[in-house]
Design a protein around this ligand. Structure first.
Ligand code: NAD
Ligand code: IPM
Ligand code: MN
Length: 367
């Protein structure tokens, strides 16, 4: 049997609470012979507390050696004053960069049971199924210089640098076009070519990639600010959205709310397939953060984390039947009226993190 090494990084805040629910699913799958081997490490504030780094070298090596990494969330007010280089978020950024996880897939699906509880009108979100493909290892997140300079006159200057090279745009566009072919064959590329040189290049390279290899896919271009507006006005006009690191960060939080809650949105961060084995490095994480306001109360929604594990089954292990079964179990539990506080509405059954996880596990077993 091919190896199935999972490296678990629960992190901080609600990260470990959500990860506990995924561990229950891994145990059930192993009872059925799935053969997952799991190991656990520290990331974020919990790693900083243990050894002064946002992730240790030993855990980085385990992440690099794993078949897939499952990541909870990092950050929180406890670490607001730690040095910038070792802040909790640096652990996640290092994982993305060192594992070369350039393609971040953030699907936003509105489950039928939640359409009425969205902050948007029901007909705007009902049946919504869009995919944001966010570039994850470039742009302003990583461009140099990145620094604060003392100008010596009582003024300081903060600098971040947005950089994109042709190959980075080409490869993320390729991922978006290929995924579009498996969906509704439509890609919308978002940048700000009206103010940014990197936006001009982004637009040119996406257009050229389309012409050269993917002319069967419908391609639209949209300025990213207008794209944000269109996402809340009529999100069903989109199928796949491809965009840069920073725009993708913001637009995916917006998309999360279309589905009812940040607690619903999973993601997969993928590297390029290995030339010999075809295997890709991968990390799966919910889009939400450590939610310090609700951490430790046992009320977080574990669905984003569980749905991230479903993406892991699909993309890293080709366990399509199990992924489908798990996604159906989530849907069925929502249909049955189970709701954590963030998606609660009148007449529904309010449950804790563990109760939601248990209900999904039970449904998965039954399904
Ligand atoms: P957040 O996503 O942690 O929380 C935003 C709001 O959404 C909060 O009100 C929170 O309670 C709610 N929420 C989020 N996930 C939820 C869930 N599963 N169930 C119920 N409610 C949920 O964003 P924030 O408050 O801006 O950031 C908090 C910390 O998390 C910061 O340190 C930030 O840097 C970090 N962060 C980490 C990640 C990550 O680890 N991938 C992502 C985003 C933010
Ligand atoms: C996300 C988060 C991260 C990001 C932070 C925690 C570094 O907001 O994954 O969306 O900005 O990419
Ligand atoms: Mn974000």
């Amino acid at each position: 049997m091919a190896s199935k090494k999972l490296f678990l990084l629960p992190g901080d805040g609600i990260g470990p609470e959500a990860m506990t629910e995924v561990k229950k699913l891994i145990a059930v799958m192993n009872e059925n012979g799935a053969g997952f081997e799991t190991e656990e490490g520290l990331v974020g504030g919990s790693a900083y507390d243990a050894h002064g780094q946002a992730i240790s070298e030993a855990d980085m090596e385990k992440a690099l050696a794993a078949d897939a990494v499952l990541f909870g969330a990092v950050g929180g007010p406890k670490w607001d004053d730690v040095p910038y280089e070792v802040r909790p978020e640096a652990g996640l950024l290092r994982l993305r960069k060192d594992l070369e996880l350039f393609a971040n897939l953030r699907p936003a699906i509105c489950y039928p049971a939640l359409a009425a509880s969205s902050s948007l009108k029901q007909d705007v979100v009902e049946g919504l199924d869009i995919l944001i493909v966010r570039e994850l290892t470039g742009g302003v997140y990583f461009g140099e210089p990145k620094q604060i300079i003392d100008l010596g006159n009582g003024q300081k200057r903060g600098i971040d640098t947005q950089i994109y090279d042709t190959f980075e745009i080409e490869r993320i566009a390729g991922v978006a076009f290929e995924l579009a072919r498996t969906r509704n064959n439509h890609v919308t590329s978002m940048e700000k070519r009206n103010v940014m040189k990197s936006g001009v290049l982004w637009n040119e390279v996406v257009t050229a990639t389309h012409k050269a290899k993917f002319s069967d896919v419908k391609l639209d271009h949209m300025l990213a600010d207008a794209g944000g507006m269109q996402l809340v006005r009529w999100p069903k006009q989109f199928d796949v959205i491809v965009t840069d690191n920073l725009f993708g960060d913001m637009l995916s939080d917006v998309a999360a709310m279309l589905t009812g809650s940040l607690g619903m949105l999973p993601s997969a961060s993928l590297g390029a397939p290995d030339a010999k084995t075809g295997k890709r490095k991968a990390l799966y994480e919910p889009v939400h953060g450590s939610a310090p306001d609700i951490a430790g109360k046992g009320i977080a929604n574990p669905i984003a984390m569980i749905a991230s594990f479903a993406m892991c089954l699909r993309y890293s292990f080709n366990m399509v039947a199990e992924a489908d079964r798990l996604e159906k179990a989530i849907s069925a539990v929502l249909d049955a009226g189970y709701r954590t506080g963030d998606i609660m509405s009148e007449g529904m059954k309010k449950v804790s993190t563990a109760e939601m996880g248990d209900a999904i596990v039970a449904q998965y077993r039954a399904g």
